[in-house]
Design a protein around this ligand. Structure first.
Ligand SMILES: *Cc1c(COP(=O)(O)O)cnc(C)c1O
Length: 366
């Protein structure tokens, strides 16, 4: 055990504020950024409970399991919820969002997931933001799986509430998260009598006691280890360059997709169209008759450090995820993952061409 993790001095308010500024810079946002002391589901729930109330109507875009969770919270808040669900192997289009808004002019809140690590798809937020802005609704975006994996421009895209976590492409800690909040969103939350106040879920508490007070006094003892890890993680991204980190994730996804197609054996990309495929994780469909969990277990038996995981819930038997989180977005990890999947498929009696897979991945990586 390392005792370097113990007996730390408390993190000062100034230090906390400086980490917030660096996260804001990473998001390129001029809005207020608050770091929340919990995994990203904390600010996501805080945003929904702050923005939704009986009498409000929310458009909840469902492109994967997180969208389903948001719908449940929205309904729990008493909001009327219009669910716009698309098959998880695709992305939603701005036209679909526009049509839903036109059919329900009373919509005043829109929740959307940018990229879904669980299903491997990503949505065109810039175009969607335009139609949401034209309609005038408050726009919440779950960018946990997109930050540092693909371009994320909350201000330019008109995102009012942008939630990130560090545990995916940022390669950082899971125990803290952040949300940027626009002036419009603050007005909406402040005017909502049902918004959490005096609560761990409250964004408003942070506005009133932390931001409006000049970021001098924290609400409670900060999670130092997580904050220091977040600072280290942002520092590492700054030194590599955010654009370089993003392009590394794009290449890892493209190379994995190309390699899987060349591998054969019945492995196919789960997300049909390339523009809909998220750079944070490549999801693959196991061949008919092969259980994805067996395939992943076999692949991990050769190298347990590979970022391979079977799909969650209903997708467990058919989906294989190759995660490209942080340092795993590398040519080496992509090649090793393809080789291990090739071995596992061969073990199931499938005809595969591992050399072609590696060639295709290398070619794509260039
Ligand atoms: C990973 C992820 C989160 C965070 O949730 P965990 O299940 O705790 O990792 C939230 N939203 C999206 C879209 C994610 O991919």
């Amino acid at each position: 055990m390392t005792h370097a993790l113990l007996d730390l001095a408390p993190l000062t308010a100034a230090h906390f504020a400086s980490i917030e500024r660096r996260v804001a810079a990473l998001l390129g946002t001029e809005q207020d950024v608050i770091i929340m002391q919990g995994e990203a589901l904390l600010p996501l729930e805080g945003c929904i409970r702050g923005g939704a109330h009986p009498g409000s109507t929310a458009l909840n875009v469902v492109t994967g399991p997180y969208g389903q969770t948001f719908g449940n919270w929205l309904r729990d808040c008493g909001a009327h919820v219009v669910d716009l669900e698309v098959p998880f192997h695709t992305a939603v289009t701005a036209e679909q969002v526009e049509a839903a808004l036109a059919a329900h002019p009373e919509i005043d809140f829109v929740s959307l997931v940018h990229a879904e690590a669980a299903t491997g798809n990503t949505n065109p937020v810039a175009a969607i933001g335009e139609v949401v802005r034209a309609h005038g609704a408050v726009f919440m975006l779950d960018a946990v799986a997109s930050v540092a994996a693909e371009p994320l421009l909350p201000d330019a895209w008109g995102v009012d509430l942008c939630v990130i976590g560090a545990q995916k492409a940022m390669g950082g800690p899971a125990g803290v998260s952040a949300v940027s909040v626009s002036e419009r969103a603050w007005e909406r939350i402040a005017a909502n009598p049902a918004a959490p106040r005096g609560s761990y879920l409250s964004l408003l508490d942070w506005k009133q006691r932390w931001i409006d007070g000049g970021r001098k006094a924290l609400l409670h003892a900060p999670a130092q280890l997580e904050m220091l890890a977040l600072e280290a993680c942002v520092e590492r991204i700054e030194s590599e360059g955010l654009d370089t980190v993003i392009s590394r994730h794009a290449r890892a996804a493209a190379a994995t997709r190309a390699g899987a197609l060349a591998l054969g054996g019945g492995l196919t990309p789960y997300v049909h169209e390339v523009p809909d495929a998220a750079p944070v994780a490549t999801t693959l469909r196991a061949p008919a008759g092969v259980d994805a969990r067996d395939l992943v277990a076999k692949a991990l038996a050769t190298d347990a450090s590979l970022p391979l995981v079977a799909g969650g819930g209903a997708l467990a038997a058919e989906m294989i995820r190759v995660n490209h989180y942080g340092v795993d977005a590398s040519r080496h990890v992509v090649r090793s993952s393809l080789a291990a999947l090739g071995d596992a498929l061969a073990g199931h009696g499938r005809a595969v061409d591992p050399e072609a897979a590696l060639r295709a991945a290398d070619e794509s990586w260039k």
